[in-house]
Design a protein around this ligand. Structure first.
Ligand code: ZN
Length: 80
């Protein structure tokens, strides 16, 4: 007695794999266009390192609306 799958089972597995690979490709494509959940607009990202995570961009309390990037310590004015 052997654990080898039958030819039909192998064809089923291949079809299954192709289906899921197709679904995974569609999901990757959708995710690629979605910004990080807590991300700021592209123009507001850190100009030094590109950080866009709002949790890592600290709003400084001054009139200019400056932001400090917690990743690279760069201070800038968003959208400038
Ligand atoms: Zn930065």
């Amino acid at each position: 007695m052997s654990n080898e799958p039958t030819r039909d089972q192998i064809e089923d597995l291949k079809a299954n794999l192709a289906y899921h690979e197709h679904q995974a490709a569609l999901i990757r494509k959708r995710l690629a266009g979605v910004p990080a959940a807590n991300g700021v607009a592209k123009g507001d990202a850190c100009p030094e390192c590109g950080e866009r995570d709002a949790d890592r961009l600290e709003q400084l309390n001054d009139e200019d609306g400056q932001v400090r990037c917690l990743r690279c310590d760069f201070i800038y004015i968003p959208g400038g």
